[in-house]
Write a protein that binds this ligand. Structure first.
Ligand SMILES: Cc1cc2nc3c(=O)[nH]c(=O)nc-3n(C[C@H](O)[C@H](O)[C@H](O)COP(=O)(O)OP(=O)(O)OC[C@H]3O[C@@H](n4cnc5c(N)ncnc54)[C@H](O)[C@@H]3O)c2cc1C
Length: 423
């Protein structure tokens, strides 16, 4: 690897969710010196910060689970298995999609082990707080942690923050929400304990309970079908996604209101189950996440924006750097998701330019910040796909450092295949 002597790292990755882990490991396996900065005290992104306890997008929709994402995601699943989680695909009864159910503590530990194995410099409790830009290049980031601020110079960068924080700090343009500024609804996933281990959910009863509650309850439940309610591995807690909240903007005031309202709803709904659902008499709220689940914030400008039409057609591309296989899932109205399946062979390619920043030549995107119109976004944002686009971003960043700032899609694709990615 050719590198500038004064650079602290070849690649700095902002954000340690699925995309950031994919990017950091992808870049490290390509030979780069990597720094991964994460603002929380653990890795995992929405899975561990917001109790989003199922990997979607690793398999295509259909009767049998056809794998769409390999590479780092596959290594993660194997690590989870080594730690006792079965990691098998499970067909959701409500959506018919294949998911892998998770346990947050096993996840956190698995990520610690993986990033350590690959020699990545991980800095937790550390936020990317500023960026230095010269012309079309990012030069450095300011990392703000417990011990103050430090300036870190690197050759290439990956924004895997979900919120486009690095792109925004680097002066890239962005849109908020869809083209009208509308944001997809928030959800506070909750875990419920104290339920008999062999209890099966009586969905019809649950729907009747919700219908009765909605006649006068303080927080009407939009998911009148009972929402996603699944038994989790390891803890055997029940995972319930029913606390849905609209959000109108990205202000602290709106998020504060949403966090507090979400908690009030979570306690109210668990109380309802305790009173009305057989088998829930001793139920209690085990956990909400450290933060509410945020589906959408900023979309930074990329060189290419994937469209809903390409997703619906299952468009494949010679410049594809990742497969995406999750149906378009839109949460325009809180609690009423709409799904549209992917056409063609059941997956589409994410083209290379969708992971490149529009106005910065050494910034790549991974995860939910890649270039996508509002419909395509409903598919690419899931964590299975985020591992794949993140890994591609990390490999592309490392490859450009190797090639003295060259952009070579074929080289990136072949390095991804060497790393086990499915293209
Ligand atoms: C309620 C809800 C339910 C969902 N259900 C599913 C599901 O069942 N399955 C699924 O696969 N997907 C689901 N999704 C979508 C999915 O969780 C996200 O789109 C996905 O996590 C995106 O991955 P990411 O790595 O891009 O971002 P994230 O998972 O958001 O990770 C970004 C990371 O960057 C960190 N970060 C942000 N800014 C900074 C900064 N300045 N400095 C340092 N660190 C920073 C954050 O702390 C975070 O850890 C759901 C989302 C929500 C909200």
């Amino acid at each position: 690897m050719k590198r500038r002597i004064e650079a602290d790292y070849d690649v700095v990755v902002c954000g340690g969710g699925a995309a950031g882990i994919g990017a950091a490991i992808g870049a490290a396996k390509a030979g780069a010196r990597v720094c991964l900065a994460e603002k929380y005290g653990f890795l995992g992104g929405a899975a561990t910060t917001s109790q989003v306890l199922a990997y979607c997008g690793l398999f295509q929709q259909g009767k049998e689970p056809v794998q769409a994402v390999g590479g780092v995601a596959q290594e993660v699943v194997e690590e989870l298995r080594a730690l006792g989680l079965d990691g098998k695909p499970y067909r959701s009864e409500t959506t018919g999609n294949w998911i892998v159910l998770l346990d947050p503590e096993v996840l956190k530990f698995a990520f610690d082990r993986l990033v350590t194995r690959y020699g990545i410099d991980v800095v937790l409790h550390t936020r990317v707080a500023a960026a230095t830009r010269t012309g079309r290049r990012l030069e450095a980031v300011t990392l703000a942690g417990m011990d103050g601020r430090r300036h870190v110079v690197a050759e290439a960068f990956v924004d895997a923050s979900g919120d486009a924080n690095l792109a925004m700090l680097g002066g890239e343009t962005y849109r908020v929400g869809d083209y009208e500024g509308r944001l997809q609804a928030l959800t506070l996933p909750i875990r419920i304990g104290g339920i008999a281990p062999d209890l099966r959910i009586d969905r019809q009863r649950l729907q009747e309970v919700i219908a009765r509650y909605n006649e006068g309850g303080a927080y009407p439940i939009h998911r009148t079908d009972g929402g996603i309610i699944i038994r989790l591995p390891v803890s055997r807690d029940m995972w319930w996604m029913t606390v849905d909240l609209d959000i109108k903007d990205l202000t602290s005031e709106s998020f504060t209101r949403a966090e507090m309202a979400g908690r009030a709803m979570a306690h109210e709904y668990v109380g309802l189950l305790k009173r009305e659902m057989p088998g829930f008499e001793d139920a209690y709220l085990v956990a909400t996440g450290p933060q509410v689940g945020i589906r959408e914030t900023r979309h930074p400008q990329a060189r290419l924006e994937l469209t809903g039409a390409e997703v619906a057609a299952g468009r494949q591309s010679k410049e594809g750097i990742a497969r995406a296989a999750w149906p378009v899932e839109l949460h325009g109205e809180a609690g009423r998701p709409i799904y549209t399946s992917i056409g063609g062979d059941g997956y589409f390619h994410v083209p290379y330019d969708a992971i490149r920043a529009a106005s910065l030549d050494n910034l790549w995107y991974g995860g939910r910040v890649i270039g996508a119109d509002p419909e395509a976004y409903g598919s690419i944002r899931v964590m299975g796909t985020a591992f794949a686009t993140g890994q591609a971003a990390g490999v592309a960043a490392a490859d450009s450092v190797d090639g003295n700032q060259r952009i070579d899609i074929e080289s990136v694709r072949s390095r991804l295949v060497e790393q086990g990615a499915i293209l």
